[in-house]
Write a protein that binds this ligand. Structure first.
Ligand SMILES: Cc1cc2nc3c(=O)[nH]c(=O)nc-3n(C[C@H](O)[C@H](O)[C@H](O)COP(=O)(O)OP(=O)(O)OC[C@H]3O[C@@H](n4cnc5c(N)ncnc54)[C@H](O)[C@@H]3O)c2cc1C
Length: 230
């Protein structure tokens, strides 16, 4: 290793953070409706008032590659795999690369409030496989112990890791970066639908979420104001 740095940062336990966000929305009067949308136009029919929605915010992640009316061909998956363990090395750590290939990584993140410790990982572009790769899991655990030996008692190996579960996720990547923009889409009935896209957040959707949400709110306000002037 040529060099390193240490700093204080924020680590989000998403299992706690996401329900908190839902509770904030409920507190502020948001109406939740669950539904599966085939064409972006279908979303206009989900408004809680029973009226057709004036505008749709598209935040369907990777499904924007397939959704009728969107089909953004710049979207692609980047597969990630992690091991969640009960062990706590006392520090969080990562390196800028590994000796196991360009698409493999090492990071150790201990989540607040008993959320366990995440050992990662990888970033495998265009891989859709949602099954755990056991060989990769072994490499992840070995790299984590090599970087933070405090994960296990001295002299112990991966057998000393207390595994809670293995996980695989597909990051919603996008060639050209995050797409935050307005578009008018033609529905199957020929009617125009106002859409604001917020897709392609890749491996940084939490980090960018507050900024992206502010940008989306601005675009929605602009679109609604235009309608009011008509
Ligand atoms: C291993 C791994 C590690 C990561 N680490 C980090 C990190 O350290 N920091 C960070 O900021 N980010 C990280 N990310 C990335 C982060 O998880 C994503 O960027 C984020 O979840 C993207 O959010 P999103 O809302 O845009 O898309 P998604 O989370 O994919 O949400 C899309 C939603 O749309 C819904 N949907 C899709 N299609 C339809 C349809 N047809 N009808 C109705 N609903 C539909 C889905 O059900 C889903 O709820 C990581 C991801 C992985 C896999």
């Amino acid at each position: 290793m040529d060099g390193g740095t240490s700093f204080t940062s924020v680590c989000i336990n998403t299992a706690i953070y996401l329900p908190w966000l839902v509770s904030q929305c409920l507190k502020n009067g948001v109406n939740f409706r669950r539904g599966v949308v085939k064409h972006i136009a279908d979303a206009t029919l989900l408004h809680h008032s029973g009226e057709k929605a004036d505008l749709v915010v598209n935040c369907t992640g990777l499904f924007s590659l397939f959704m009728e009316g969107v089909q953004d061909k710049n979207m692609y998956p980047a597969r990630g795999q992690i091991v969640l363990v009960r062990n706590d090395p006392g520090i969080m750590a990562t390196t800028s690369g590994t000796d196991d290939g360009d698409d493999e990584a090492v990071y150790i993140m201990h989540r607040a409030a008993g959320g366990g410790c995440i050992l990662g990982g990888c970033l495998q572009a265009d891989k859709w496989d949602s099954a755990v790769d056991p060989n990769l899991a072994v490499r992840i655990m070995k790299r984590a112990i090599a970087l933070t030996p405090g994960l296990v008692s001295e002299g112990k190996g991966i057998e000393a890791l207390d595994v809670i579960r293995h996980g695989v996720g597909l990051r919603p990547m996008r060639k050209g970066g995050i797409r935050t923009e307005r578009e008018v889409v033609k529905g199957p009935d020929g009617n125009a639908i106002k859409v604001v896209h917020s897709i392609g957040h890749g491996g940084y959707g939490y980090q960018t979420s507050w900024g992206c949400a502010a940008a989306v709110a601005k675009l929605v306000d602009e679109s609604v104001a235009e309608k009011a002037r008509l």
